[in-house]
Ligand binder design. Structure first.
Ligand code: SAH
Ligand code: MG
Length: 206
């Protein structure tokens, strides 16, 4: 699966949306989504919808339905004083980071194909029951929550389904280890790696 430039309008929308998806990895994400099975696709970690735009476009073309989950209050590294904090998205009333208003126009542009679930993955996991043709893990990168998100949703990935894990850094010097641990766990639990692009790992359930 060779990544190709995103369709022009998608690339433009992605470029003007805040988030954490390098261009080349976004192209790879799109390409692998395009070759995934149709069905329900689940994204963990919406933020402002940068990767949602990429998955949403592919879902539309493949005939899938995309669900994206986030409580929209950011991860640890997005909080005030941390490296990835964006002061423009702090709600003055609550004092909390709130990415939901920024995400709203993105969601509107995907209203034919994408449903947003606003809540923590812990709470969503209690009722989630849909088989998944694609799962994209890009939420909280603490060991506890990254492992939780994998354990909660990966069992729903159908045979032949795609598991994509973002921010995978085998060398601790490059970044946090939790997503890498998740990949190793997946490889021991019925997934095989089919590609890697930067920090994006692509696995398939056999
Ligand atoms: N996919 C996005 C980046 C996601 S950043 C992009 O392409 O830009 C990670 C997101 O995970 C943050 O928005 C944060 O709010 C969310 N998050 C962190 N912990 C969470 C939890 N326990 N439940 C739901 N969302 C969570
Ligand atoms: Mg990420």
């Amino acid at each position: 699966m060779l990544p190709a430039p995103l369709p022009l309008q998608v690339a433009a929308a992605v470029a003007r949306t805040k988030g954490f998806m390098p261009e080349a990895e976004g192209e790879a994400l799109h390409a692998h989504a395009m070759s995934s099975l149709p069905g329900t696709w689940l994204e963990i970690g919406t933020y402002c919808g940068k990767s949602t735009l990429i998955l949403g476009d592919a879902a539309r073309r493949v005939g899938s339905s995309l669900v994206t989950v986030d409580h929209h209050h950011g991860s640890e590294e997005n909080q005030p004083g941390w490296e990835w904090h964006d002061t423009s998205m702090v709600d003055p009333q609550s004092g909390m980071l709130d990415t939901l208003p920024t995400f709203r126009p993105v969601l509107d542009s995907l209203s034919d194909v994408c449903s947003a679930v606003v809540g923590s993955t812990e709470v969503v996991a209690r009722w989630w029951a849909s088989p998944l043709a694609l799962l994209f893990l890009d939420g909280n990168h603490t060991e506890e929550t990254a492992q939780h998100d994998y354990a909660a949703f990966a069992p729903f990935v159908v045979p032949g389904g795609t598991l994509l894990v973002h921010d995978v850094f085998p060398d601790p010097a490059d970044g946090g280890q939790a997503p890498w641990h998740v990949v190793q766990r997946a490889l021991s639990e019925g997934f095989v790696e089919i590609a890697r692009h930067g920090s994006l790992r692509v696995l398939r359930r056999t």
